[in-house]
Design a protein around this ligand. Structure first.
Ligand code: UTP
Length: 270
């Protein structure tokens, strides 16, 4: 498999679970210690060998991209004050990866958001990383997914076991274990009922996808919640070319909710 160079980060949602603050501040910029949530995700991508981040934004969420761009007025101010360490810290963040911004003008769902990145992906296999899922430490998550998929020449998804009562909140995969002990994914269902759920393994927000996924997203009708779902396109591709399922070994935080954000504060403080 070719080197995985690009990661798409869909960040065009409205973050309604964080209202009212998300009316003016994207949830991806909420601070966790002295870093915004998005920085953790970009650092995880860089650990996985990613060189270019394709950020899917809506026009209200441009500050996320600004966070990774040099600000010459601020730099001039810091130079004048002799704040060398601050200048170096900012430079390190600005040089993590190339940031490309694409727009999703209407929030039509995660699948549609990924489709907005099609031109920027330029036909390569690529990572998708949901910015409201943080996985610590940063060398687990995306890095583990990319390394194992490259070794086995497959596309793949990171998985997490979920308790029965939570099955209907996630994308759930249909999988079998092959003789080598790997999870082989043949399909996926978004937010199934307990009865419909094909397993207890959920999609975790880290996907290594083939570029042909765009064709399948294009063909999708609206799915769960009336949105164009990435899981439905994954289901279609997996029926033709099965994917590798990798069990996550890191600790997950759902920073798309106030509870998850508090949990990570306590984790980092401990
Ligand atoms: P979520 O549903 O978790 O995020 O989508 P949200 O819509 O921002 O937040 P709530 O549910 O209203 O609180 C998962 C990811 O997909 C992106 C979101 O920005 C988030 O990172 N997304 C979702 C898009 O980019 N576009 C969409 O149309 C939907």
């Amino acid at each position: 498999m070719t080197k995985i160079r690009k990661a798409v980060i869909p960040a065009a949602g409205y973050g309604t679970r964080f209202l009212p603050i998300t009316k003016v501040i994207p949830k991806e910029l909420l601070p966790i210690g002295n870093k915004p949530a998005i920085q953790y995700v970009v650092e995880e991508a860089v650990e996985a060998g990613i060189e270019e981040i394709i950020l899917v934004c809506n026009p209200h969420k441009i500050p996320i991209a600004d966070f990774f761009r040099p600000d010459r007025y601020l730099n001039r101010f810091l130079e004048g004050k002799g704040k060398e360490k601050e200048i170096e810290d900012l430079k390190r963040i600005e040089s993590l990866a190339r940031i490309t911004v694409v727009y999703q003008e209407e929030a039509l769902g995660l699948g549609h958001s990924i489709l907005c990145a099609e031109d920027a992906v330029e036909g390569e296999p690529f990572l998708v990383m949901l910015p409201d899922v943080l996985i610590l430490p940063s060398h687990t998550g995306a890095k583990q997914l990319v390394e194992e998929c490259q070794q086995k020449m497959a596309w793949g998804v990171l998985l997490e076991k979920v308790p029965k009562e939570k099955l209907s909140s996630y994308g759930i995969v249909k999988s079998v274990i092959n003789p080598q002990g790997d999870f082989v994914i043949h399909g996926a269902v978004e937010k199934p009922t307990i009865e419909e759920a094909p397993s207890d393994l959920s999609l975790l927000g880290r996907y290594l996808l083939p570029a042909e996924i765009f064709k399948y997203i294009n063909e999708q009708k609206k799915g769960a919640k009336g949105e164009i779902q990435l899981t439905d396109a994954i289901n279609s591709v997996a029926q033709k070319t099965p994917a590798l399922g990798i069990l996550n070994s890191g600790k997950i935080f759902d920073v798309g909710t106030p509870e998850g954000l508090s949990e990570i504060y306590f984790h980092l403080k401990a």
